[in-house]
Design a protein around this ligand. Structure first.
Ligand code: ADP
Length: 645
């Protein structure tokens, strides 16, 4: 089934293509005659290939010598696949060549589009090898060198960099953001978009269970040594006593509980002062985003590994809400905020021991950017850099061939740049894997869970194997011990009341089933037969789980997060494998997002925010804490840099 997005995209694309097609038919011979220089058999042909999120279909129309039309139908992520499609399609057409560059950051989509067009052209009788080696116009041209100055230079236009850009401008700065990819958005735009924050209004309709009460009591009883963390515990005790005395039955939450869960959930190795700033500012940052026009849904949920019911979901799909919000502010203030795409930072400009700017490169030309006040490093993590993963990984078996949820630009450039100027790096060995990757691509798309409470995981035998409400590292380690490190997420109608209900990646369950990425059964036995697991095991796993939901028995894996039983057809299953998701380590910062040197002194002029930094999440990041982190610290970094002198 085609989504509206796809159809409207085709319309938009059709406009672009018809513009590009103008004037391209001159010199054509009347139909029926064949030219000596014919390279195609005139006609319209279709080709298909796999993209990042499913099949890409290309319909290509050719004369004997030219490509006159390419229509592409795809479900690649908005802002990522779309850009790749537009750029590649125009270049193939204008140059009658398959030797066009991949769109960096959308390599998988680019390859899919190229392959689909190639398949169509093959049917048109093209010499594919010749088209693949045909030089395209302008490929040897070198762009002009650039030198510019702004109050604040920001490296990276993901969620952290864009938050910093808006915040720096709100604090009076002129801003230049450089981004090495041809589009903004980083990992945020392809994320499930969950944002953790205690939020009394949105949590007011949730009930507190006995198991959740025990969790709070366990946190109060946990032994702590750090003075600030002990102080959090004292505060939590007061808040908890007040809650109990009030007789409330609604879910208890507070920034203090969020701090303690973040700290404990990362094995107590994070920097408490950073967690303190983080959790105190998650709700103010939501209000800030809302003030900029962003909309969040009224209900909160528990995203994978969040441990508590405080994950906010934007109204717009995936992470597009965040990025569109920042970009519309930037567009409105474009006289003061410039975004330079395809511009890759290489090194810092250092003068008098302070960071004064950035050396970068665009299309082979030198880009020198001077910062009057400061530079914000927001280049993200290194989840997509296999060598760096191998260099730092201490917690997992080799991750050389592991898939990743990350965009291809997550290569740790900023960490290397910071290292060159002697920045302190912390927690580099902590790499987060999720048990939730698409078995083919590692992407989070196709994930059928709607939240922690209403789904279980079963292995290839159809048996549960872990507390599905546990930490991400715990669940992934358990998955790695299962046959082929492969599992099925099992849900029922509670998660998908109708076939057009969407998952967190804007995909309907009907579409996922039609594409063979999810399976549907009217009974558990029927579902088991489809996914090839033992039906008796699956039925027994669900029965035992249901008894834990109604409290008849304690959960066999110690699970504490429940909502509904899995008891209402249709039932669904989706396959998942381990995938590299987040690198917790990076540049050390203080509460003002100022970068710290290996000598323990602040690095003048350098600020950092987002996944490029370390020390906030410890050994394991809670699900839903990353988007909150990048908004909170991106905002702080932008302000600190703007106000620096
Ligand atoms: P975060 O979540 O911290 O914002 P992301 O990975 O989402 O991190 O975004 C980081 C952005 O920085 C990405 O868009 C990435 O392409 C960009 N980036 C990474 N390295 C460089 C570099 N050397 N120069 C410019 N931009 C970069």
């Amino acid at each position: 089934m085609k989504s509206k997005k796809v159809i409207s995209f085709i319309l938009a694309l059709a406009m672009i293509l018809s513009l590009a097609a103008c004037g391209s038919n001159t010199g054509e011979k009347p139909a029926g005659e064949s030219k000596d220089n014919a390279i195609f058999t005139a006609g319209t042909y279709e080709g298909e290939a796999e993209g990042f999120h499913g099949t890409i279909k290309a319909t290509v129309t050719v004369t004997e010598t030219e490509i006159t039309d390419i229509a592409v139908v795809h479900t690649e992520t908005a802002g990522l696949g779309d850009k790749a499609v537009e750029k590649i399609v125009l270049e193939i057409k204008e140059n009658t060549s398959l030797n066009v560059p991949m769109v960096s950051g959308a390599t998988y989509s680019s390859k899919g589009i190229m392959a689909a067009v190639e398949a169509a052209l093959e049917k048109a009788g093209a010499d594919i090898a010749a088209l693949k080696s045909k030089e395209i116009a302008g490929s040897n041209e070198k762009a002009e060198d650039i030198e510019k100055t702004a109050d604040v230079i920001i490296i990276g236009a993901g969620g952290a960099g864009l938050a910093a850009a808006v915040s720096a401008h709100q604090n009076g700065a002129s801003v230049i953001v450089i981004e090495k990819q041809p589009q903004v958005g980083g990992n945020t735009i392809i994320s499930g978009s969950a944002y953790n924050s205690a939020d009394p209004d949105r949590q007011s309709t949730l009930q507190m269970t006995e198991l959740e009460k025990k969790t709070v009591e366990g946190i109060l009883a946990e032994e702590q040594t750090d003075p600030m963390v002990k102080e959090w515990q004292n505060t939590l005790k007061k808040e908890w006593d007040e809650y109990l005395a009030s007789g409330k039955t609604t879910l208890f939450d507070s920034p203090t509980l969020h701090k303690l869960q973040t700290y404990n959930g990362g094995d107590k190795v994070a920097e408490p002062a950073l967690i303190d700033t983080f959790a105190e500012n998650t709700l103010p940052a939501i209000k800030w985003l809302e003030g900029l026009g962003m909309e969040f849904k009224n209900e909160v949920f528990t995203v994978l590994g969040a441990l508590w019911n405080r994950s906010h979901k934007p109204v717009k799909p995936l992470g597009t809400g965040y990025i569109e919000t920042y970009m519309s502010y930037i567009e409105e203030n474009k006289s003061d905020i410039e975004i330079m795409l395809d511009t890759k930072a290489d090194s810092f400009i250092i003068e008098d021991g302070a960071v004064k700017g950035v050396n970068a490169e665009r299309n082979g030309a030198k880009v020198v950017l001077h910062a009057k006040n400061g530079v914000v490093l927001a280049t993200g993590g290194f989840g997509a850099n296999v060598e760096m993963r191998e260099q730092y990984n201490k917690s997992w078996p080799s991750l050389k061939s592991a898939l990743t949820t990350n965009h291809t630009g997550a290569t740790g450039d900023g960490i290397v740049m910071a290292q060159e100027i002697n920045a302190s790096l912390v927690g580099m060995e902590y790499i987060q894997l999720l048990p939730m990757g698409d078995p083919k691509t590692g992407s989070l798309s196709g994930n059928i869970e709607q939240g922690v409470q209403n789904r279980i995981f079963v292995n290839k035998e159809g048996n549960r194997f872990v507390d599905e409400g546990a930490r991400r590292d715990v669940m992934t380690k358990a998955l790695m011990d299962q046959k082929d490190a492969y599992m099925w997420v099992i849900v029922d109608q509670h998660s998908y009341p109708s076939g057009d209900t969407k998952n967190n990646f804007n995909e309907t369950i009907d579409d996922l089933v039609a594409a063979g990425r999810a399976f549907k059964g009217e009974t558990l036995e029927e579902l088991a037969a489809q996914i090839g697991v033992d039906p008796a095991n699956l039925v027994s796993a669900v029965d035992t789980f249901n008894k834990a939901v109604d409290g008849t028995v304690a959960d066999e894996f110690g699970r504490t997060l429940f909502a509904d039983k899995i008891d209402t057809a249709p039932y669904y299953a989706g396959a998942r494998v381990p995938t590299v998701h987040h690198t917790m380590g990076g540049v050390e910062i203080n509460e003002f997002a100022q970068a710290v040197g290996a000598d323990g002194q602040l690095i003048k002029g350098l600020y950092a925010a987002g996944e490029v930094t370390g020390g906030i999440h410890g050994s394991n990041r809670l699900g839903g804490n990353a988007l909150a982190d990048i908004a909170v610290f991106g905002r702080i970094a932008g302000k600190s840099a703007a106000l620096a002198k």
